[in-house]
Design a protein around this ligand. Structure first.
Ligand code: MG
Ligand code: MG
Length: 256
């Protein structure tokens, strides 16, 4: 899973380095597809329930599951990229949002809040915690930062020999509920928030999820595991989550 996670991390870096106003969303998919091939990995997105590309690209009021195509990325757009990879049957899955070109402070705050809530969720999902401690930490942090809509119909998930496995991980809720988090468990944590409503619609393409009130959204995701030493490791982060979890007082595993 670390090898798959690193392929995903590298695709993220390549897209971050190349995304510019004037590009099509399809051009970003080609970058992802080429790196997947070069890494001798396969895509767990392309062909997933008929999804036609190796990444999801969702712009502005689109929050997740946007399909790459001929749409041109404009200066100031909030672009959310979600992708995954399979190596030797093991899956990685991660997402990030970025402002292309000159953004505004409100959008930047939206992204910062979403990303930090993901890290708080991973930090809360430690060995011995209960599953719902993750969503509780995510929601608490987001609500402490202002008025944001937290998507309810979509959430994180178990991951391993399939991209989506049990359990479903809510991005909200009470603490102390659900199964215990134990070594060997791997989860994808992925808060999705908007600057407005938590309600969403699915576009006619049957994939793209947009906010009901057209407010802009953000999406961050990492895949992490609890290692046999009881410590977490973020499989889709180049540094394993050392910097961001360390900042939150959580030491990552040294087994990987
Ligand atoms: Mg994903
Ligand atoms: Mg996911």
């Amino acid at each position: 899973m670390r090898r798959a996670g690193l392929v995903v991390a590298e695709i993220h870096q390549l897209i971050r380095d190349s995304v510019k106003p004037g590009m099509t969303t399809n051009a970003l998919d080609l970058i992802s597809e080429a790196h997947t091939k070069r890494s001798k990995a396969t895509s767990n997105f392309k062909g997933y329930h008929g999804f036609p590309a190796t990444i999801c690209v969702s712009i502005n009021d689109e929050i997740v599951h946007g399909i790459p195509g001929s749409r041109i990325i404009n200066d100031g757009d909030v672009v959310s990229i979600d992708c995954g990879a399979i190596v030797d049957g093991w899956h990685g899955d991660a997402a990030f949002s970025v402002i292309v070109g000159a953004g505004n402070p409100e959008d930047q705050k939206l992204l910062d809040v979403c990303e930090e809530s993901m890290w708080r969720g991973i930090a809360a999902g430690k060995n011995g915690a209960k599953l719902s401690d993750i969503g509780f930490a995510i929601e608490q942090y987001i609500n402490s930062q202002g008025k944001y809509g937290i998507l309810q119909e979509y959430g994180g998930h178990g991951i391993g020999t399939e991209m989506h496995q049990e359990p479903h991980v809510l991005n909200f809720g009470r603490a102390g509920q659900g199964p215990e988090i134990v070594p060997g468990l791997a989860l994808a944590i992925e808060p999705m928030i908007t600057r407005g409503s938590s309600r969403t619609k699915v576009l006619k393409d049957d994939w793209t999820v947009v906010s009901a009130d057209s407010s802009r959204g953000a999406h961050f995701e990492h895949t992490y595991a609890i290692c046999p030493d009881g410590k977490p490791f973020v499989l889709t982060a180049i540094d394993g989550g050392k910097a961001d979890l360390g900042r939150l007082g959580v030491e990552i595993s040294s087994l990987l």
